[in-house]
Design a protein around this ligand. Sequence first.
Ligand code: IPE
Ligand code: IPE
Ligand code: MG
Length: 230
Amino acid sequence: MKARTLQLAHAVPRHVAIIMDGNGRWAQQRGLIRQEGHRAGAKAVRRAVQASCKYGVATLTLYAFSSDNWKRPQPEVEALMLLFRHFLITEIEECLREGVRIRVIGRRDRLPRTLIPLIEKAEMETAGCTRLLLRLAVDYSSRDAIVQAAATARTREEFSAALGPDVDLLIRTAGEQRLSDYLLWECAYAELMFVEELWPEFDEASLGAAIEVYSRRERRFGGLAAKQSA
Ligand code: IPE
Ligand code: IPE
Ligand code: MG
């Protein structure tokens, strides 16, 4: 399947980050339990990865489980961990085929122990892939990541090296307009986009539309617009 040709004013964002929100509401609307929403959300992850490859995004960072999500009822947490496990087992082949490198960010010491070798295997086996870097944020807290980086980093460059690349486009689905402890440093100059669609509804066209809006925005980084500075 070929991606629709995007109408772009400027370049495609190199680094897209997504707060995948609204799985619970999606399920609720259908009279299903929240876990069913997360299952549908996992399918949307696959679509977003494929679409990112097609559109030429270099890095995609997905918020899969925040450090504050441990507060949720245990059956829901368990279902999310099972979905993550399932993803790590079933998606490696597809990632290798598509050239997707997997990296998991966040704490690992509180995850179910059986997940660790699966994470390491996925990262190792896809280490040579260069088309898309897929970063999955699991037990992730941006504040914790910054505190940790501050133990060794002293300059902006060292912080960036410890934390990861700056975000160009941040998308949050399901209408809420907040960052929920996600990529706080990396989003210093990110374009923020809040869409009403619930995460399980998000598809290739949704990402395409977001990229088109992004490409029409003017990023200044504190300077002047290109035409004013000439
Ligand atoms: C996002 O959907 C998925 C995770 C936080 C793991 P939610 O589960 O937060 O869905 P809502 O916000 O309750 O609709
Ligand atoms: C943020 O969503 C975390 C993920 C999408 C994984 P939440 O649903 O947990 O955030 P809040 O509680 O609405 O801020
Ligand atoms: Mg939510």
